[in-house]
Ligand binder design. Structure first.
Ligand code: UD1
Length: 429
């Protein structure tokens, strides 16, 4: 079992380079099978979810070649039509993008129900409703979702809730369908835009991504492409919060400042100084942290994937803060771990009330999911004494080389592994 051991108290200083966006990569990799040619994808993050998607693609004879540390090629020329039901599918949420991609390619798909972080019920009704609007029939049998259609035809798809996953799946299914599909109340997240840009670079006709109405005019053929994935907004935000938590001075490089506006604005409200440059931000904090309220919302609101990390920071702010989780039903499971470190938090449903404390104290903890794990790292970096974090496989699903990146910034962190090296995408794929 691998763990992180952190001795808190060091202010983070220096520069850190952000990798490619996890959630864009996990959509773009399945999207490449819509082409009949090789796609080169650059700025791929070195995380375990990427290697899991590669293994799933290998199941259907799609080759993933590593060209260098951040570039892969996906070759779908010998893809085979078969159900995607290996165990790995149930371990990674984004495996459900194979539903849209295979449906778009072969007019049929059978994929096991997906896994991923557990923050309450994660329905897929909007995905299925969208597929049905394109003319597909579906059923769920023994944990496998089956979708098929004689011929996919464009249609209007109105989403009852804003869903990143459903927006992406319907884009994937409609990109080669007959005629025009109009997605209304679509998600506007940067990785939805990145997926649309990727598909357009292959010859797709997708307009409006980044707004809540996306128009997809089906095309007959998608060619190969060479495409660079956007920087990871959440990884960047996590280092911004870590810099603020430790009273540090960190320059976060290889980012798109526009994607960080909501995070930046809240950190500034708390007394952090943020200098923005073209592709980097510098984060410093010299004064005590001030309280603030947060409500998570779909983009461009404050991202739910930053809620646990910013809550760790609010634990150390002067006064009472209220965090309202506007996306998921059960995303405060990490709070019990923070309380064991001395945090004063009470949770009622989707609302957490955080009374700032003077200090947190290191203790053994467990990462409940990916971002919950990041919240514990931040708390551990700011706490006095030693914090041990178990279940770090959750963290390594989405943060590349996090231990090394923090070490380079002056953190006192060790990865205790019993017989295991840190994950290296070049070896795992
Ligand atoms: C994606 C991200 C996840 C992030 C989330 C919200 C990936 C792999 N994961 O998850 O990290 O937390 O966006 O930004 O990209 N909903 C329905 N019916 C559906 C689909 C969703 O009711 O068919 C609801 C969900 O219960 C939730 C909300 O819509 O309350 C948002 O979900 P969604 O945007 O679909 O999240 P994911 O795509 O699963």
């Amino acid at each position: 079992m691998e763990k992180f051991v952190i001795t808190g108290g060091n202010a983070l200083r220096g520069r850190v380079k952000i990798g490619g966006a996890k959630n864009a990569a996990l959509a773009i990799m399945p999207a490449s099978i819509l082409s009949d040619e090789v796609c080169r994808i650059k700025n791929i993050p070195n995380i375990s979810d990427v290697s899991l998607i590669s293994k799933i693609l290998a199941e259907i004879n799609v080759k993933v070649r590593i060209l260098n540390k951040t570039t892969i090629e996906i070759d779908p020329r010998n893809i085979i039509k078969k159900p995607v039901s290996c165990d790995i599918v149930r371990r990674v949420r984004a495996s459900y993008y194979l539903l849209g991609a295979l449906l778009g390619k072969f007019s049929e798909a059978s994929v096991s129900l997906p896994g991923g972080c557990n923050f309450g019920v994660r329905p897929i009704d909007q995905h299925l409703k969208g597929f049905a609007r394109l003319g597909a029939e579906y059923n769920i049998d023994s944990g496998v979702i089956n979708v098929r259609s004689k011929k996919l035809s464009g249609n209007n798809v109105y989403f009852d809730v804003v869903s990143v996953g459903a927006t992406i799946n319907i884009i994937l299914a409609s990109v080669k369908a007959d005629g025009l599909t109009v997605l209304e109340n679509a998600a506007k997240e940067p990785h939805v835009v990145d997926l649309a840009n990727f598909l357009n670079s292959m010859g797709a006709d997708i307009r409006g991504a980044g707004t809540d109405v996306i128009k997809v005019r089906g095309v007959k053929y998608l060619k190969g492409t060479s495409y660079s994935i956007i920087p990871d907004q959440i990884e960047a935000g996590t280092y911004m919060v870590a810099a603020a938590a430790t009273g540090g001075d960190v320059t976060i490089e290889n980012i798109t400042p526009k994607h960080l506006e909501a995070i930046k604005s809240k950190l500034e409200e708390m007394g952090t100084i943020i200098e923005e440059h073209e592709e980097s931000v510098n984060v410093t904090r010299k004064t005590p942290l001030k309280r603030c309220n947060i409500k998570t919302m779909p983009h461009p609101g404050f991202p739910t994937d930053m809620q646990p990390q910013i809550s760790s920071l609010l634990c150390l702010a002067d006064g009472t803060s209220i965090v309202n989780e506007g996306v998921w039903d059960n995303r405060f499971r990490y709070v019990e771990e923070l309380k064991r470190m001395g945090a004063n938090i009470s949770v009622d449903g989707k609302i957490a009330v955080i009374e700032g404390v003077k200090k947190l104290t290191g203790t053994p903890t467990k990462a409940m999911d990916l971002r919950a794990g990041a919240a514990l790292i931040i708390a551990g970096l700011a706490a006095s004494g030693e914090t041990v974090i178990e279940n770090i496989e959750h963290i390594e699903r989405g943060y590349e080389n996090i231990c090394q990146k923090l070490l380079n910034l002056g953190a006192n962190i060790r990865r205790i592994s019993e017989g295991c090296e840190p994950l290296n995408v070049a070896r795992v794929l």
